[in-house]
Design a protein. Structure first.
Lengths: 189, 65
């Protein structure tokens, strides 16, 4: 009796393992496809918070890995972009917090100057460059709010993503509007 | 100024940024496949456990047990 049970249990185990592996591969394919389509969103987010190309690349990788980690538990109840923004912004803010808490007592070196001088900055048309420069001057949270607003998220969604109240979002948007108005006064018709 | 006026400009910004930074599906796939394996929970607990054991040992020695 035992002779029959053991091989059959092993077979079931092997089948179960292989079906898990197949499931993982299909999940991975699905995820890669999703990121390939939606990567624009992550790149634009990274470019707003990090001026160095290497930092942007690192951040992109970190966000994709965080999304991949969270993907199996994503239940499609919210919009994909909302889910992606929530994780991406949390990752960015965590990184910025880490950077701020790091002591800045490194001596000035010529090498560091060369890196910042070369900058690897993005090549943008004049109008988009003006928009980028204006948004760059906002605070970290305000940058996220204006980005989500321009991505056509509702006030409720923005509040949900950033853990703010709807009133707070609405007040901040009004403030951002007047700030951007000042900054872009000369550029817009 | 209406903020909605900035939406087409934002779209164009996104497209320009993406054109310069876009990753292929293969690159993304490679990144996801090669992600570091998660650290098992017991490895995180190793050091505190060692400290606890050393503390117990020292207490037992100093108290004469």
């Amino acid at each position: 009796m035992c002779d029959f049970i053991v091989p059959s249990a092993t077979n079931t185990f092997i089948i179960h393992q292989s079906s898990l592996a197949v499931e993982k591969v299909s999940l991975q394919k699905e995820f890669v496809q999703l990121i390939a389509i939606q990567q624009k969103l992550i790149h634009s987010l990274c470019s707003l918070y990090f001026s160095q190309s290497e930092d942007r690349k690192d951040m992109f990788q970190e966000i994709v890995l965080q999304l991949w980690k969270a993907y199996p538990s994503f239940n499609h109840q919210s919009k994909v972009s909302t889910w992606m923004y929530r994780i991406a912004l949390n990752t960015v803010f965590a990184k910025l917090r880490r950077e701020k808490s790091r002591p800045k007592n490194e001596p000035y070196s010529e090498y560091a100057y060369q890196i910042s001088a070369s900058d690897n900055s993005l090549e943008l048309t004049q109008a988009t460059e003006e928009l980028y420069r204006a948004i760059e001057q906002l605070s970290d949270v305000d940058k996220a709010i204006i980005m989500l607003y321009l991505e056509e998220h509702s006030y409720e969604e923005i509040a949900g993503i950033l853990n703010l109240s709807r009133t707070n979002v609405s007040t901040r948007i009004n403030r951002i509007k007047s700030k951007l108005e000042k900054l872009l006064k000369n550029q817009l018709p | 100024m209406n903020l909605d006026e900035l939406k087409p400009l934002w779209e164009s910004y996104k497209t320009q940024v993406n054109d310069q930074s876009e990753w292929s599906s293969d690159d993304i796939s490679r990144l996801v496949r090669n992600r570091p394996t998660p650290i098992p929970w017991y490895q995180k607990a190793q050091r505190p456990f060692l400290h606890f054991c050393v503390s117990c040992l020292l207490i037992s020695i100093t108290s004469g047990c």
